[in-house]
Ligand binder design. Structure first.
Ligand code: NAD
Length: 481
């Protein structure tokens, strides 16, 4: 069985404790590799490597750092197909999705920050008759990046690329549930001759090695993506150190569908925004708010489309949905379907685990599930399920649509479907979400701020927001007198 390794100071190494955790293939339910269960000793070694690498890396001209990122992107692109297969096996997502979304986006993250970094004003001047002011955005030093299991390489690289281009050195902890592509990225860094210690990848459990990472005095900032409960723990555990924090957390995203929308485009996109990656995307639509006039038509068409989706082996290119990424999560999603029934929900389609034959017979598959008849305030409609489960809720007009959209502790994203531009503008302004898509979903211009309001996030990623996060502004003021 393959044993993964930490990537520290440019080398692959075993965890100091020699302890490993099982990594499962969700499609088969079988253990297929072992990942280091690292501890404080591994963080100490990785921190020293990152600290030693910082002076040279931060002093390199940004064009040189940019070249390293481009080289990493090129090498990743040359192995795109292998990485898509690794990601699919590790997460249970269809390989076709990993090929078209996850790995291209990971490549784009490196390319984007390689190009964008040199355009960012790391130094600027603000002069007046009284004084000359230099404003510097200096790298922080050693920073920590912690990422989740649902879009493993996509989100891992979304953090490390801006951290590195800004001149920081990195301790990165991928999810212990889906560590494989982050592990393989170490090989790419070696092939790209990335200087030793610039990127260190330490595997293991959040509550143990993750906790050591966030509490390390020398780590200047933590960029975290994951669940809201974990984000709260990190905020509490680091409060007294005043560490810089960027927290990207959960969501319960509304799709708001007005009767004047482009119906076919909306229907096709809402199917994708509900069920892509088995609904395990923080930006997935989970509360589908539909104007009453078209509720029945939408319900019937949406149920038909969802029932046509093929749940199957992630390796099979015909599969629209693959497996749920781990057993506990599979059980959690099924328990939410039971809760929905108890709360009075009517299951319009799906609602059960899928039993496949052959190599996937012990895998964790769930049917696309659509529920109606639940109040917006019930638990099913308020708590993040993070699976292929959506709830249909009718509304009369703009005012109650906005009210329901905002009746949530979360505020990550929303989609609005209408051909009326004024209405789109009014609703977009009033919906409390960090990302609003009008007549589309998941289009990302990487220059734009990304993140959530309320319990969905603190801070923003992307473009200049990410570079500001990974630098510290300093004002050097010289009097003209
Ligand atoms: P999680 O919070 O369980 O874990 C995320 C990461 O944090 C993992 O690497 C984990 O090991 C680590 N971790 C856990 N406990 C820790 C601790 N005490 N200290 C330090 N690190 C710790 O989240 P998950 O289950 O991996 O991911 C799913 C969640 O992520 C969902 O809620 C989803 O909405 C959210 N998510 C948000 C975004 C976004 O951009 N807002 C994107 C993707 C996923």
């Amino acid at each position: 069985m393959e044993k993964l390794a930490n990537f520290i100071n440019g080398n692959f190494c075993q965890p100091k404790s020699k302890q490993y955790l099982d990594v499962f293939e969700p499609a088969t339910g079988e253990v297929y590799s072992k990942v280091p269960n690292s501890n404080a000793d591994d963080i100490t070694t990785a921190f020293q490597a990152a600290k030693d690498a910082f002076p040279d890396w931060s002093e390199l001209p940004i064009k040189a750092r940019s070249q390293y990122l481009n080289n990493i992107a090129d090498l990743l692109e040359s192995r795109q197909s292998d990485f898509a297969h690794y990601e699919s096996k590790d997460t249970g997502k269809p390989v076709s999705l990993a090929e078209t979304v996850d790995i291209p986006r990971a490549i784009a993250n490196f390319r984007f920050f390689a190009e964008y970094g040199p355009t960012f004003k790391f130094d600027s001047e603000l002069n007046s008759t009284q004084s000359e002011n230099k404003v510097l955005h200096a790298p922080l030093g050693v920073v920590g990046c912690i990422s989740p299991w649902n879009l493993p390489l996509y989100l891992f690289t979304w953090k490390i690329a801006p951290a590195m281009i800004a001149g920081n050195t990195v301790l990165a902890k991928p999810s212990e549930i889906t560590p494989y592509t982050a592990y393989k990225l170490g090989e790419i860094c070696q092939d790209a001759n990335l200087p030793d210690g610039v990127l260190n990848i330490i595997h293991g459990q959040g509550a143990s090695v993750g906790d050591v990472l966030i509490n390390h005095n020398g780590v200047k900032a933590i960029s975290f993506t994951g669940g809201t409960a974990t984000g709260k723990t990190i905020a509490q555990r680091t409060a007294s150190s005043f560490k810089k924090l960027s927290l990207e957390m959960g969501g319960k995203n509304p799709a708001i569908i007005f009767s004047d929308c482009d119906y076919n485009k909306m229907l096709e996109t809402v199917v994708r925004s509900s069920f892509s990656n088995q609904g395990q995307i923080c930006l997935s639509s989970s509360r589908i708010l539909i104007q009453s006039k078209i509720f029945d038509q939408f319900k019937s068409d949406f149920v038909q489309k969802a029932s046509d989706l093929i749940v199957g082996d992630p390796e099979d290119r015909k599969s629209n949905l693959g497996a749920i990424s781990f057993k506990k999560h599979f059980e959690k999603i099924l328990s939410y379907i039971e809760l929905a029934k108890k709360e009075g929900g009517n299951i319009l389609c799906g609602g059960k685990a899928v039993n496949l034959n052959g190599r996937c017979k012990k895998g964790w598959f769930i049917e696309p599930t659509i529920i109606e008849g639940l109040d917006n305030n019930c638990k099913t409609n308020q708590e993040e399920i993070f699976g292929p489960v959506v709830s249909l809720i009718p509304f009369q007009g703009e005012t109650d649509a906005i009210q329901m959209a905002n009746e949530s502790d979360y505020g990550l994203s929303a989609t609005i479907w209408t051909e009326n531009k004024e209405r789109a503008a009014r609703v977009s302004n009033q919906v409390e979400a960090g990302v609003i898509w009008v007549n589309c979903w998941l289009i990302r211009d990487l220059r734009t701020p990304f993140g959530g309001m309320k319990q969905s996030g603190v801070g923003r990623e992307g473009g200049s927001e990410a570079l500001r996060f990974f630098t510290e502004p300093k004002n050097i003021c010289t009097s003209n007198a």
